[in-house]
Unconditional design. Structure first.
Length: 110
């Protein structure tokens, strides 16, 4: 019988939960391999935020609830880029929107 190997790439929380499950199933952890993306980072506010962001077009106000910071944004910047430019920590992993780690609830007014 062929041995089953687990190869996991994902956020640290996912990897930890999978490890717990496999251990509970008495799985041979020598056959479990993982890599984590996105650990050990911290957002640091850039010196000249307006220059680094180069916002254009109609500006909108974005409030990051946990930090309480309200900042200007345009339609071309991602929330992750905006948060990083202002030193605001938000969760993310892949930076392209496919993993869902950075998913947040948004609400607004027109």
């Amino acid at each position: 019988m062929n041995a089953i190997y687990f190869l996991l790439c994902g956020p640290e929380l996912l990897a930890n939960n999978v490890k717990k499950l496999l251990r509970a199933m008495e799985y041979d952890m020598s056959r479990f391999h993982t890599e984590s993306y996105g650990s050990g980072r911290s957002a640091q506010e850039s010196g000249d935020v307006n220059k680094s962001l180069q916002l254009k077009g109609p500006l909108h106000k974005v409030t990051f609830t946990k930090s309480g910071k309200t900042v200007d944004a345009d339609e071309n910047i991602t929330l992750l880029e905006l948060a990083e430019a202002h030193g605001i920590e938000i969760d993310y992993s892949c930076r392209i929107g496919s993993c869902g780690e950075c998913e947040v609830k948004c609400k607004g007014q027109y």
